[in-house]
Write a protein that binds this ligand. Structure first.
Ligand SMILES: CC(C)(COP(=O)(O)OP(=O)(O)OC[C@H]1O[C@@H](n2cnc3c(N)ncnc32)[C@H](O)[C@@H]1OP(=O)(O)O)[C@@H](O)C(=O)NCCC(=O)NCCS
Length: 308
């Protein structure tokens, strides 16, 4: 933990007490701003994440947390999401800017190349603030919650898809499926999956049809809420109802396990996924913009002295 004169503290992993302080701050902000930062802060993940990632930033005044920057990383080791929050009474005093500077410094120390500022679409000041921090719009996502009254009735299926918890031996095929579905590099996806599967709050499932691997889906339980993430169907098997079966299977599994609050996030441009989630009973609750600041790599001392 490091603290500087301005009251800023950087912590490798938040303690339970610090999490409770951040919750108090989030509640003050919600009261003033009229929207919740809960899902965006993803505090459950911050509390359990392994040390070694980029630290979170806390700003203390008289023993109270009045500013916070939560740093979340979801598999890609070169990318981090920052959710910044300043107590309403302390806004427009340069605290957000000062914390963003610390965030950038910590990211550069950690070798992060892509810093995404998480900006709720409801936030009047967030968009302006992000622009001031030199960001460019990356993408937007809807957060959707399951409304159990909208779950479609059970259907008999001729060629059922099965979900089974995945193990380390399934990583190569799962990485190939996810990479092909998102047109990304397989090797990075393998690394991301290995990292995400170490997280005990997550369960990864491999979907098979007639014994053939066809899809991947994960649940991540955090703070009493289950997020459905890392959802992909092999491109040549899409459009055949496999995704719908996978989604309904994981939803029923979570509900049977006592889950009450199930959330999924989807890029606003992904019309197919959006309509699938709506048909499965999910309703839109908020929208978030991701504003990107690309970070130059800091050259290491030997490179500075002798060239790369
Ligand atoms: C966005 C937020 C973190 C800014 O924190 P802050 O401490 O008030 O910001 P700063 O005082 O450091 O402002 C830095 C710059 O951001 C811009 N900015 C901040 N608030 C603004 C507002 N209400 N209107 C217009 N521009 C604003 C300005 O350019 C400002 O520089 P200036 O004061 O020299 O003009 C704070 O308003 C907040 O917690 N909002 C709710 C959560 C949120 O939207 N988070 C997203 C963060 S990316």
């Amino acid at each position: 933990m490091t603290t500087d004169d301005s009251g800023i503290t950087v912590v490798a992993r938040l303690s339970t007490v610090q999490i409770s302080h951040v919750r108090v701050l989030a509640a003050y902000c919600e009261e003033r701003d009229g929207y919740s930062m809960e899902a965006r802060l993803d505090l459950g993940t911050l509390e359990t994440r392994p040390e070694g990632s980029v630290g979170d930033v806390l700003w203390y005044e008289s023993g109270h947390v009045v500013g916070f920057a939560g740093m979340n990383s979801y598999g890609d080791p070169s990318e981090v999401e920052a959710s910044i929050l300043v107590h309403p009474k302390f806004r427009r005093m340069g605290m957000g800017r000062a914390m963003a500077r610390v965030v950038v410094r910590e990211c550069q120390k950690g070798g992060i190349r892509r810093l995404l500022f998480v900006v709720p679409q409801e936030s009047r000041e967030g968009a302006e603030f992000a622009r001031t921090m030199g960001t460019q719009h990356s993408h937007s996502e809807y957060t959707m919650d399951l409304d159990v009254t909208r779950i479609p009735p059970f259907e008999t299926i001729h060629d059922p898809v099965e979900l089974r918890p995945a193990g380390a031996e399934d990583v190569p095929i799962m990485a190939a499926i996810v990479a092909s579905a998102f047109a990304g590099p397989v090797q990075e996806e393998e690394q991301a999956l290995v990292c995400l599967m170490k997280d005990t709050t997550r369960t990864t499932y491999l979907a098979t049809q007639d014994g053939r691997p066809v899809g991947v889906i994960q649940s991540a339980v955090s703070d009493g809420r289950a997020f459905i993430v890392h959802f992909a169907v092999r491109p040549d098997m899409q459009g055949q109802g496999i995704g719908r079966q996978m989604l309904m299977a994981i939803v029923h599994g979570l509900l049977n396990g006592g889950g009450k609050w199930i959330t999924i996030e989807v890029e606003t441009e992904n019309a197919n996924a959006l309509s699938l989630y709506q048909r499965c009973g999910f309703v839109m609750v908020s929208a978030t913009n991701y504003e990107l600041r690309e970070l130059p790599r800091i050259p290491k001392v030997p490179e500075l002295l002798f060239g790369s």
